[in-house]
Design a protein around this ligand. Structure first.
Ligand code: C5P
Length: 219
């Protein structure tokens, strides 16, 4: 099966672009951030020690997270409406920094791509999870633009957070994601890096689709 990876920092447009691209190609979408978020929700509910890699790993290993189109299921429960909040997002770092959780989720992600052609988005998809992907992209945008996009999303979802607080949260999350000892966020050597600042996401998807179709023809 073929894999297109899309990595990059929060708010760079990955989710929207990945969803649109998967739809246009009729491939399945793999939102790996949703997996980390679902594990975080489970960890908060179970009140495990977030500082303990062993506890987090044991918890993750016993979970059943599914990503049917348009939905996120944690042990059969629809949780897509519960995993995007500001507080959960702040707790994410413990889960994303846990080597045991990462090991487990890499397994889930590869299993997902065994059965489908996949557009996958995350931080480590081109570097660690799918080093032999058919095509790799790394999306970026300026911090200010990314904060503005996230702010608009939160307002749509009626979450209260100031643009300044969001900017600080994003900056901290980026720094942590990039500095992580295992699977740090960075472009794969063979990734196409796209700066989406000032571009419409439709435009970005158009370029990517064109590029992929051209490669599919010659593959
Ligand atoms: O993309 P999203 O904002 O949903 O990701 C949430 C967090 O999950 C990221 O900030 C990152 O810490 C973590 N993550 C990760 N590796 C991935 C996807 C997400 O570490 N492949």
């Amino acid at each position: 099966m073929r894999v297109v990876t899309i990595d990059g920092p929060a708010g760079a447009g990955k989710s929207t672009v990945a969803r649109m691209l998967a739809k246009r190609l009729s491939w399945r979408l793999l939102d790996t951030g949703a997996m980390y978020r679902a594990v975080t929700l489970a960890a908060l509910r179970a009140e495990v020690n977030l500082e303990s890699d062993a506890e987090l790993g044991a918890l993750a290993a016993g979970l059943h997270v599914e990503l049917p189109p348009g939905s996120v299921k944690l042990n059969g429960e629809e949780v897509s409406g519960l995993i995007r909040g500001v507080e959960l997002t702040r707790a994410l770092r413990f889960v994303a920094d846990s080597p045991s959780v990462r090991h487990c989720l890499v397994g889930w992600q590869r299993a997902f791509a065994r059965d489908h052609n996949v557009v996958t988005e995350g931080r480590d998809q081109g570097t660690i999870v799918f080093p032999d992907a058919f095509r790799k992209y790394y999306l970026t945008a300026s911090l200010e633009e990314r904060a503005r996009r996230r702010h608009a999303e939160y307002q749509g979802a009626r979450e209260r957070i100031s643009l300044e607080a969001l900017l600080a949260d994003l900056r901290e999350r980026d720094e942590r994601d990039a500095a992580r000892a295992i699977a740090p966020m960075k472009p794969a050597q063979d990734a196409c890096v796209l700066d989406t600042t000032g571009l419409s996401l439709d435009e970005v998807v158009g370029r990517m689709e064109h590029d992929i179709r051209e490669r599919l023809e010659t593959a």
